[in-house]
Design a protein around this ligand. Structure first.
Ligand code: SAM
Length: 206
């Protein structure tokens, strides 16, 4: 049997190869607003983009003066991110890594950003995700998160919190899920359910 994470990886490999992955090429307006806010508070801060994909947010962050590392387990996405960063003249360090076992020095980032990576992790892996991602964030640091809510089209009206298509696993979160996962360690500064069916959250490590 192929491990579930391998099936997920295959999906992403094919999604990047075909270009038919369905997520935007432009950075999310919510992420840009957070970056603009944090740039004033923490100029030049070290930022980690977990599941950075082709680098749209990592590049936007580098352009705003952050010292950016992007991590993803998909090599093709990282190659694309590298080429895009070069073309944009943006300094981004790109690292092949699993979000569940990030290889970075403990507490070495001021900001962690996750747009669309957490919601591909199985519920059984949420504790590993939290340990890994929060392990990289320093106390007082910020966590910018966008993840599926039950309003996203894959889940709406199904009564299910998970969705599998073409081998990709997706999971939506209720507010209660997000609080159970993060509220012990992080304070929610903002949490909004967008019309796009995503939660957009800004949290701060206590
Ligand atoms: C929906 S895409 C979003 C990409 C990027 N954050 C963006 O906003 O364009 C999710 C990304 O997370 C990556 N990913 C999913 N699970 C991962 C894991 N366990 N470790 C590292 N990367 C992962 C995928 O390869 C993919 O690039």
């Amino acid at each position: 049997m192929i491990a579930k994470i391998e099936v997920n990886k295959r999906y992403f490999r094919e999604a990047y190869r075909s270009g038919k992955h369905g997520w935007e090429a432009k950075p999310s307006p919510y992420v840009l607003r957070c970056l603009d806010r944090l740039r004033g508070e923490l100029p030049g801060a070290a930022l980690l983009d977990v599941g950075c994909g082709e680098g749209r947010h990592a590049i936007a962050a580098a352009r705003r003066g952050f010292r950016v590392t992007g991590a993803d387990f998909e090599p093709l996405a990282l190659r694309r991110a590298r080429a895009a960063a070069r073309a944009a003249g943006a300094a981004v360090r790109l690292v092949k890594a699993d979000a569940l076992a990030l290889p970075f020095r403990a507490k070495s980032f001021d900001i962690v950003l996750d747009f669309g990576c957490l919601h591909h992790q199985r519920k059984a892996d949420w504790p590993a995700y939290r340990r890994s991602v929060l392990g990289a964030l320093r106390p007082g640091g910020f966590f910018i998160l966008s993840a599926f809510s039950p309003r996203f089209r894959f889940f709406k009206g199904t009564g299910r919190s998970w969705h599998i298509a073409y081998g990709a696993y997706r999971r939506c979160f209720t507010k209660k899920d997000l609080c159970a996962l993060f509220a012990d360690d992080l304070r929610f500064l903002a949490l909004r359910e967008g019309t796009d069916g995503l939660w957009h959250a800004l949290l701060r490590y206590k």
